[in-house]
Design a protein around this ligand. Structure first.
Ligand code: HEC
Ligand code: HEC
Ligand code: HEC
Ligand code: HEC
Length: 466
C-alpha cells in the first residue's frame, strides 16, 4: 500500500499535480513526498482535543465559496491578493474533494463488511474524517455532506465571515474574529490536520479498522501542506497580511511537536485501551509485525534499548523531535531521550506503567513546546538539523520503515526550506535532489525496506552540506 511521490522541476513527475514550490518561482524541485499509510504518532493535549476548526458557526457549503468571482476562477487572478482559483485546485487535484466519494468504493465496502457496519458513508466514524461531519443544526441550506473535506472543514464555518470578507477590506485578524480558522499559524494548522491525519479523543483509525483494510496513515505537516496541493501563494503580500514569518523548517518542527503530544495523549486515552490480550496496535510500529521474515533486519537501537523479538511503539515523530532538540536545546533533547527510552522500556513490560510514563512526559513536552514555538529557524539551524537527522540514520535509528519515512519527509522539508532561503548552490541542490530521489527509491516498496540501503542513501548528505 505504499506510494512515494516525487515531483520535479517541470512538474513532470508523478507528483506533477502539486504546485509545491511552483508558486515560489522555483525552477527546481526535488522534494519528496511520501505518502504511505501508517501508524500514528501523536497526541492531543487537553486543549487540542476538540476538533478544530469546528466552532458553532453554520457551514454554508463549498458552492458558496465557488463562484467564479470568488474562489472559483479558472486560473489565478493577476490583481488579486489571493489566487481565487482555490476551488478549481481543490476540486480537480485535492484528494479532500474525493474523501467522501471514496466511502462508496470497493475498498470502503470491504472495510465496512469486515467491520460489520451497514455502510461506510453512513458511519459516523468514517464520516468524521472523510467529510465535514458537523451537526445537522450547523448545516446551511447549500451545505452538502458529499462535498467531502471542503473549504469550511479547514477554514471554519462561513456564517459570520462570509459576507464581510467578500469586500476584501477586512483584515485577516478581523476575519478570524468572525470565525475564519487561522490555518496559517503552524500550531493551528497542525491541530487541524492531525485531527484526521492522526486522530483525536473521538476518532482514531484503530488497528481493527486497519485490519479491515484501511490504509496505514502517515503525516508530516510541511510536506502534506505542499502536496495537498497548496492553493495559496507564499508571497510578500501573504506574509504581510498574515503576519507570517514561518519557514518550512518551523512548520515541520511544530508538526512534529504536536504529533508527539497527540500520540502521548491518545496512547493514554481509556477509549483506546483494549480489553483483550493485545494493546491497541495502532500505536505500535506496524512493521514490527508486518514484515517478511526472510530478510531479518533487527538491530539494536540506542533510542529504545529494546531487545530482539519485541514490538515497539511507533516513535518516528519522537525521533524527529529528539534530533531537533539536540540541536536547539541539548538539555531538553537529553531529557526527551531519557523519557522516550523509559517509555519504550516500560511499554515492553507493562502497559499501565507505559501510560504513566507517557503522562509523565507531558510537563517536559510543555517546556519543549515553548522552545520550539519561539525558535526562528536560521540557515545554520537547518543545516545542523539536517546533519543531525542524517547522523541519527547512520547510527541505525531508522531501522524501521515508519522512522525512515518521517526522516525522508523531514529531509525533503528542510532541503526545501534551505533552498528558499538561498542557502544551497545550484550544484549542491542538484546533488541533494539526487540523494532524496535515492532515499525515495529505498522507501518505495514498504515491505522490501532495507535499512542498510537507507544508510547508504543517507551517506552523501553530510558532504553535500559541508
Ligand atoms: C482518524 C481519521 C480517519 C478515520 C476514522 C477513517 N479514515 Fe479513512 N483515511 C483517513 C486518511 C487521513 C486517509 C488518507 C491516508 C493517506 O493517504 O495518507 C484515509 C484513506 C482512506 C481510504 C483510501 C482512499 C484512497 O484514496 O485510496 C479509504 C478507502 C478509507 N480511508 C476508508 C475509510 C472507512 C471506510 C472508514 C470508516 C470505517 C475510515 N476510512 C475511517 C482518515 C480516516
Ligand atoms: C485540508 C484543508 C483545506 C481545505 C479543504 C481548503 N483549504 Fe484553503 N487553505 C488551507 C491552508 C492550510 C491554507 C494556508 C494557510 C492560510 O493562509 O490559511 C489555505 C489557504 C487558503 C486561502 C488563503 C490564501 C491567502 O493568500 O491568504 C484561501 C483564499 C483558501 N485557502 C480558500 C479555500 C477554498 C475556497 C477552499 C475550498 C474550495 C479551501 N481553501 C479548502 C487549507 C485548506
Ligand atoms: C476532516 C478530516 C481532514 C482534515 C481536517 C485534513 N485532512 Fe487531509 N485527508 C483526509 C482524508 C480522509 C484524506 C484521504 C482522501 C482520499 O484519499 O480520498 C486526506 C488526504 C490528504 C492528502 C493526500 C494524501 C495522499 O496519500 O495523497 C494530503 C496531502 C492531505 N490530506 C493533507 C492535509 C493537510 C495539510 C491538512 C491540514 C491543513 C489536512 N489534510 C486536513 C482528511 C482530512
Ligand atoms: C503486534 C503485531 C502487530 C502490529 C504492531 C500491527 N499489526 Fe496489523 N495485524 C497483526 C495481526 C496479528 C493481524 C491479523 C492477521 C490475520 O488476520 O491473519 C493484523 C492484520 C492487519 C491487516 C489486515 C491484513 C490482512 O491480511 O487482511 C492490516 C492491513 C494491518 N494489520 C495493518 C497494520 C498497521 C497499519 C499497523 C500499524 C499502525 C499494524 N497493522 C500494526 C499484527 C500487528
Amino acid at each position: 500500500m505504499s506510494e512515494i511521490k516525487l515531483h520535479d522541476a517541470n512538474g513532470q513527475g508523478p507528483m506533477a499535480k502539486m504546485a509545491y514550490r511552483n508558486t515560489l518561482n522555483m525552477s527546481c524541485c526535488y522534494f519528496l513526498a511520501i505518502f504511505l499509510l501508517t501508524a500514528f504518532l501523536t497526541s492531543v493535549s487537553a486543549e487540542v482535543s476538540t476538533e478544530p476548526p469546528r466552532g458553532d458557526d453554520m457551514h454554508l457549503g463549498v458552492v458558496t465559496c465557488a463562484g467564479n468571482t470568488c474562489h472559483g476562477a479558472n486560473a489565478p487572478l493577476k490583481d488579486s491578493r489571493v489566487q481565487q482559483n482555490e476551488f478549481i485546485i481543490w476540486h480537480r487535484e485535492d484528494k479532500h474533494a474525493k474523501a467522501y466519494t471514496v466511502l462508496f468504493n470497493d475498498a470502503s465496502k470491504r472495510i465496512a463488511r469486515n467491520l460489520g457496519i451497514k455502510a461506510a458513508h453512513t458511519e459516523k466514524l468514517c464520516l468524521d474524517c472523510h467529510t465535514d461531519n458537523i451537526p445537522e443544526e450547523q448545516r446551511g441550506k447549500r451545505f452538502q455532506i458529499d462535498d467531502g473535506v471542503g473549504c469550511e472543514a479547514c477554514h471554519g464555518g462561513g456564517e459570520r465571515y462570509l459576507g464581510p470578507h467578500v469586500s476584501g477590506a477586512r483584515t485577516h485578524a478581523e476575519n478570524v474574529e468572525m470565525g475564519l480558522y487561522p490555518a496559517e499559524e503552524p500550531e493551528a494548522r497542525a491541530k487541524l490536520c492531525l485531527a484526521c491525519h492522526l486522530g483525536t479523543q473521538d476518532r482514531l483509525a484503530t488497528h481493527r479498522i486497519m485490519g479491515a483494510g484501511h490504509p496505514r496513515i502517515s503525516f508530516e505537516l510541511d510536506t502534506f501542506t505542499h502536496i495537498q496541493p497548496r492553493h495559496f501563494k507564499l508571497d510578500k503580500d501573504y506574509k504581510e497580511r498574515k503576519g507570517s514569518s514561518w519557514n518550512g523548517a518551523q512548520i515541520w518542527a511544530v508538526g512534529q511537536l504536536l504529533a508527539v503530544e497527540r500520540f502521548l495523549d491518545l496512547f493514554q486515552e481509556a477509549k483506546y485501551q483494549t480489553a483483550g490480550v493485545m494493546p491497541e496496535l495502532a500505536f505500535f510500529d506496524c512493521h514490527a509485525c508486518h514484515r517478511p521474515m526472510k530478510n531479518p533486519h533487527w538491530a539494536f537501537r540506542e533510542s529504545s534499548g529494546l531487545g530482539p523479538g519485541t514490538i515497539h511503539l511507533n516513535d518516528a515523530n519522537l525521533l524527529m523531535l529528539r534530533s531537533l532538540l539536540r540541536h536547539i536545546s541539548p538539555g531538553q533533547g537529553e531529557r526527551l531521550h531519557k523519557a522516550m527510552f523509559h517509555l519504550h522500556q516500560t511499554a515492553s513490560v507493562s502497559l499501565p506503567d507505559a501510560r504513566k510514563a507517557a503522562a509523565a512526559m507531558r510537563p517536559l513536552l510543555a517546556e519543549i513546546r515553548k522552545t520550539v514555538l519561539q525558535r526562528q529557524f536560521t540557515i545554520a539551524d537547518m543545516r545542523a538539523l539536517t546533519a543531525d537527522l542524517v547522523q541519527e540514520g547512520l547510527r541505525g535509528d531508522y531501522n524501521d520503515y515508519g522512522a525512515a519515512e518521517q526522516a525522508a519527509m523531514a529531509l525533503g522539508a528542510l532541503t526545501e526550506a534551505l533552498r528558499t532561503s538561498g542557502a544551497l548552490s545550484a550544484e549542491k541542490l542538484e546533488r541533494m535532489e539526487a540523494t532524496l530521489k535515492e532515499i525515495n527509491e529505498v522507501l518505495k516498496v514498504e515491505h522490501a525496506y532495507d535499512p542498510q540501503r537507507m544508510i547508504k542513501a543517507l551517506n552523501p548528505i553530510e558532504t553535500i552540506l559541508r
